[in-house]
Design a protein around this ligand. Structure first.
Ligand code: PEP
Ligand code: MN
Length: 692
């Protein structure tokens, strides 16, 4: 029997009850609005409003001292629930199975507890009808079951963010005459399950689906004396574990499977990639016409004509109709060797005139076109990457929208400047190669646009508490990216050298906990792969700016690189170093001015502010400034930050520490949290107020 809650809990319980009541009231309001809006032609709450809504709520949260990241997460969940509920109502009123809604049957491939089953329940959970799920052993069997009216819908996994497209699903869609009426995104969280709480070292055999085994390869390789066995699906592996009753066995499956089969989760989050999602499509016998007010995605299959540039022609048709392509996949065309079928998803609803016209024009350019359907897209996927950038929290009251100053007239490179640039020993980084500024995306953060980016964090990652505290402050004060050194280039070999990959784990954990991308320095070419697996941006320090082996190595990975200026390097030598990275294929370089060696000894280095306009003239790459390493003392960091932004640097990187006096490196130049707060307040001051 549950025990009586004690006094402080009673107040909390009452508060929780009020939250539940408010949610129920919200749901009632939504349902009333939805009832009205099922009339075709009316506008439903659309995704653009959702983004604005999240931004507004995050700001309200920040104003009442609530962590804006937390507010965003909670409301994203609530808004997602609303949009699902609305979509379901529409499916009920116009979709297949309408009228027989009480006995809705949804097919999925696998056993109860498999991720497909989770997708089916998640998607149909908010339906008013009673939903039962029917498992099939194959995609083919499941889709045939749908064709034969054994089921009303089928849930088909189409792509995974780690493993990529699921070919068998695409091939089945091409073969059969079915329609897509929805989609669902499920976060795949692999856990290690056992019969009871056991030490991992007792496990000798692990069962799971081959893809799940693959996705957890790093963890599996770390186990001694343990074999992996492939199973038809993750839930089946869990069931086998329950049936075998062997304590030396384990399975990789979802937490839901553990619950269903009475097993114990002995380790969570064992996948190589922390962010792992699968996208499912909801298949029906007939397509559904969704109201033009609902933001939809359209999926098509096409084959090109035997003409030169045929694929480009088809894609141009979509582009000319402003149909934004979100996915393009090719598969072999059955019975016609060396020909391909293309699968494309684009934003748009067939019920809109523009999309209809686009598809007509596309048909004229193809040798085959099959429209799979238009359906409401999962816009608020629970991926951090999709967090609207406007949800940046600001504890600073009255802060305006921060923008870089407008460029002075005549800052566009003139033909004679471009002519001079043509003679430089760099090409790819040059304005000659690209006139527009390069804007890089890191999660939801853009670097190189007209909003400055604030990177902050400790010089070195020292402990979980230290890096967590920094991350919490960076997020709460409106910073965008968390920094933290793990491999430290120290002048003395006896000084603290950093926590290495263990430190990187802590940095990644802190970034994840507070919704911040992370940046860390990589010192050795051999470490690039490991660091790139965890860090969102790779930093090349001043001492390594001309380490060409390292530059080439980071040029081979698909990760943005922050290239610090060598303390003895000219601007052109620096751009030459950036060229090394771009020449290897990686076009994502951010330059960072961090001070150069001069005769001046009052500051640690001399911050070369003039490098900012020069660099912006010569290259399209973004440039940020690190005032902390430039001046070497926290006292001048805020002034230099303001100066850098006034010179139109695309952002700044500053060092902060909960207790600078105790820092293991660069304490004197690190801002404590109050000083960092003051700096952020100054940055966010509306234009015109700065002088008062
Ligand atoms: C750093 O940013 O951690 C660092 C070591 O800086 P720099 O390479 O500019 O000295
Ligand atoms: Mn430092």
């Amino acid at each position: 029997m549950p025990s009586e809650p004690d006094a402080p809990n009673t107040a909390l319980d009452r508060l929780d009850q009020r939250i539940i009541e408010a949610l129920a009231e919200r749901q009632k309001l939504i349902d009333q609005a939805t009832d009205l809006e099922t009339t075709p032609g009316t506008q439903w709450m659309d995704s653009r409003n959702e983004q604005e809504c999240l931004t507004r709520l995050a700001e309200q949260g920040a104003a009442t001292d609530l962590d804006a990241h937390f507010v965003t997460r909670v409301f994203r969940e609530i808004l997602q629930h609303t949009s699902r509920r609305q979509q379901r109502v529409l499916l009920d009123s116009r979709g297949p199975g309408q009228g027989s809604a009480e006995a809705l049957i949804v097919g999925f491939q696998g056993t109860h507890g498999a991720y497909s089953h989770i997708a089916a329940t998640q998607h149909f959970a908010t339906r008013h009808a009673q939903v039962s799920c029917k498992g099939y052993t194959s995609f083919q069997g499941m889709l045939e079951g749908l064709s034969n009216s054994e089921t009303d819908y089928a849930v088909l996994p189409i792509e995974n963010t780690t493993a990529g497209s699921i070919n068998a699903a695409y091939d089945a869609l091409a073969r059969m005459n079915l329609a897509l009426v929805g989609e669902e995104v499920v976060r795949v969280e692999h856990c290690l399950l056992a019969l009871e709480p056991l030490p991992i070292s007792h496990i000798r055999r692990v069962y799971s689906h081959p893809q799940a085994l693959d996705q957890c390869s790093v963890f599996l390789n770390s186990l001694n004396d343990c074999e992996a066995h492939a199973f038809t699906d993750t839930a089946m592996a869990a069931r086998r574990l329950r049936d075998d009753q062997d304590l030396s066995e384990a399975a990789i499956a979802s937490e839901e499977a553990a619950r269903l089969y009475g097993l114990t989760v002995i380790k969570q989050g064992i996948a190589n990639q922390k962010q792992n999602f699968t996208r499912f499509v909801i298949v029906a016998r007939d397509s559904v016409r969704f109201d033009p007010g609902i933001p939809c995605k359209t999926s098509i299959i096409f084959a090109t004509r035997h003409e030169e540039g045929a694929l480009a022609t088809c894609l141009n048709v979509l582009a000319n109709h402003h149909l934004n392509l979100s996915k393009l996949e090719s598969r072999p065309r059955p019975n016609t060797p060396w020909e391909y079928l293309f699968y494309a998803d684009f934003d748009g609803n067939m019920a809109e005139e523009q999309v209809e016209q686009g598809l007509r024009d596309l048909a004229a350019q193809t040798s085959f076109l099959k429209i799979l359907g238009s359906y409401p897209s999962c816009l608020l996927k629970s991926t951090e990457a999709n967090e609207p950038s406007g949800t940046r929290p600001r504890a600073v009251t009255g802060a305006g929208t921060v923008r870089l100053p407008t460029p002075a007239a005549g800052t566009q490179p003139t033909p004679d400047i471009l002519q001079t640039l043509e003679k430089k020993p760099y090409r790819l980084v040059s304005r000659v190669n690209r006139l527009e500024d390069t804007v890089l995306r890191v999660g939801s953060v853009s670097i190189g646009g007209d909003r400055p980016v604030i990177i902050a964090g400790p010089c070195s990652v020292e402990s979980r508490e230290q890096v967590m505290a920094c991350a919490e402050r960076v997020r709460a004060l409106g910073g965008h990216i968390l920094r933290g050194g793990c491999f430290k280039p120290r002048t003395s070999p006896y000084a603290f050298q950093g926590l290495g990959l263990e430190g990187l784990e802590l940095l990644a954990e802190a970034g994840q906990a507070h919704g911040l991308p992370i940046i860390t320095e990589v010192l050795h070419p051999a470490d690039v792969e490991d660091v790139a697996a965890q860090a969102d941006i790779l930093q090349i320090g001043t001492r390594n700016m001309q380490n060409y082996a390292l530059l080439k190595e980071v040029g081979r990975v698909d990760r943005p690189v922050l290239l610090k200026r060598g303390m003895m390097a000219s601007i052109d030598e620096w751009l030459g170093a950036a060229e090394y990275v771009l020449a290897q294929g990686n076009q994502q370089v951010i330059l960072c001015e961090r001070g150069i060696r001069t005769f001046e000894t009052a500051t640690r280095s001399t911050l070369d502010l003039s490098a900012i306009p020069v660099v912006r003239e010569r290259t399209h790459l973004p440039i940020i400034v690190d005032p902390s390493h430039a001046c070497g003392t926290w006292r001048w960091v805020a002034d230099l930050t303001a100066a850098a932004l006034a010179c139109r640097a695309h952002g700044v990187m500053v060092e902060i520490h909960p207790e600078p006096a105790k820092a293991l490196s660069d304490g004197p130049q690190s801002l404590d949290f109050d000083r960092f707060g003051e700096l952020m307040e100054r940055i966010h001051q509306p234009e015109g107020d700065a002088a008062s």
